[in-house]
Structures are given as C-alpha cells and as structure tokens.
Design a protein. Structure first.
Length: 244
C-alpha cells in the first residue's frame, strides 16, 4: 500500500483510508465466500470495489474541491463501517488451501526465500518506479506536487491524474486485503478486544468485602473486661492472671 501512497504524496495529496479499504475488501471476501461464490469471481468483484473506493476519494478531492486530508478521514470511517456491516462480529475461516497458501508459500526455484506476496511487492515496486521516473505520467506527478496551478497551465490534466492515483491506491489496497487474509487464514471485521485489568478501587473494595469483620474477630476492638469476684471482695480477677 505504500507504493501508490508514495505517488499520492508526491502529487501533494494524502490518502488515510488505505487501511479501511483493506479491511472492507477482506470482509467482502469472507461474506462472498460464505455465500459460495467462486474465488475468481470474488477477486474480480474486490478489484471493482477497490477501484470504486479510490474513485470516491479522487472525485471528492478533484471535482468537489475538498482537501484530501478531510476526505480520506471521512472515508476511513465510512469504509470501516461498511466492513462492520458486511461481516459484523463473525469470523470466516474455511477458505480453500489453494488460497490460504498463497501468502505463505515460496515461489518455485527461489530456495524458499521469496513468498508470492514478496514477489508481488517486488514486481509492483519495479512497475511504480518505472512509471514515476521514466514516463510522462510520472513527470506530471512531480509537476503537480510542485505546483498544481502551474501544471494546469502547462497542459497537464491535474484532476484526471489525481483521480487515477486515488483509484490505483484503492485497487492496490483491495488486493492487499486479499493477500492479508491468505496469510491469516480467516476474515473478520473487528479485532478481538483485550481484557482490561480491574481498577485499584475495585480491588480494594473486593478485599474489604473478603476481610472478616470485627464481630468475627472480637479481640480487635473489645478491650479486656474486668470481673470482680463476689466470693472474695479483696481479690480482683482480670481476664488473665489473678492479681491480689
């Protein structure tokens, strides 16, 4: 996800919704697999959803004129909410072995050193590097980042190019969600909540409840009582030894 983000930042924008697009695509993967969709059909729909999510960000930034920081913060919450609606608290873990091995198995003839996900990242890094440094589109990205107004007067289609960048970001994030689920072997929309330790006040109250009361330990509050012997008025008996 850092590869398209690099181009977006160079162009003078930002995309904070990348993690939510990843979560939404992985939740969609689990829901469709539960409905017995074929895996290739699920992949195709996830690609469309990723492009659509990026297009929403790009159109709001370029056509509506909204700042990308505010737009992507809003879509971050939007896409996360969609993921929660799709899957809820459920967990899907019955994926086929051919899919779950995709993110962990090594590429043949690499000596178990490069997994498919690593190989995909290397290929995409080379593609993005070539596009950024050796194509007119990459030079336009640098021009937009330096001055969008000057790039517009130079004939660069700033709005279209920025929309393309956001769509590419959504596509890569959606594919990253597919790879992520292949490594975790399960799909869920929410992370498990950690157990919180009880506050100190509750611990003190519990210890106070378990402490025996003074009625059970009579010696803690009642002073020694004195009794006078009626048989011998000259002798006084205190709970203990006799005193003349």
């Amino acid at each position: 996800m850092t590869l398209p983000m690099t181009l977006i930042i160079i162009s003078g924008e930002i995309d904070l919704s990348v993690a939510s697009i990843l979560g939404m695509s992985s939740a969609l993967l689990g829901v469709l697999w539960e409905k017995h969709w074929p895996m290739l059909g699920i992949f195709a729909l996830i690609v469309v959803v990723g492009l659509a999510a990026g297009a929403v960000n790009g159109l709001l930034v370029t056509r509506a004129g909204l700042p990308s920081l505010a737009v992507t913060i809003g879509t971050l919450a939007l896409y996360r909410g969609i993921a929660t609606i799709l899957l809820g608290p459920n967990t899907v873990a019955n994926f086929p072995a051919s899919y779950t091995n995709l993110g962990v198995n090594a590429v043949p003839f690499t000596g178990n050193a490069i997994t498919y996900s690593t190989a995909l990242f290397i290929v995409l890094a080379v593609i993005f590097g070539v596009v950024l440094h050796a194509t007119p589109f990459g030079r336009s990205v640098y021009a937009m980042g330096a001055s969008a107004e000057a790039a517009r007067f130079a004939g660069i289609r700033v709005k279209r190019n920025k929309t393309i960048l956001f769509m590419v970001s959504g596509l890569v994030c959606a594919l990253a969600g597919v790879l992520w689920r292949s490594t975790t072997h399960r799909a869920r929309s929410t992370a498990p909540k950690a157990r919180r330790s009880a506050p100190a006040s509750s611990a003190r109250s519990r210890s106070a409840r378990t402490r025996p009361s003074c009625s059970a330990r009579r010696s803690c509050s009642t002073p020694p009582t004195s009794t006078t012997s009626t048989s011998d008025p000259g002798r006084m008996q205190v709970d203990g030894p006799l005193y003349q």
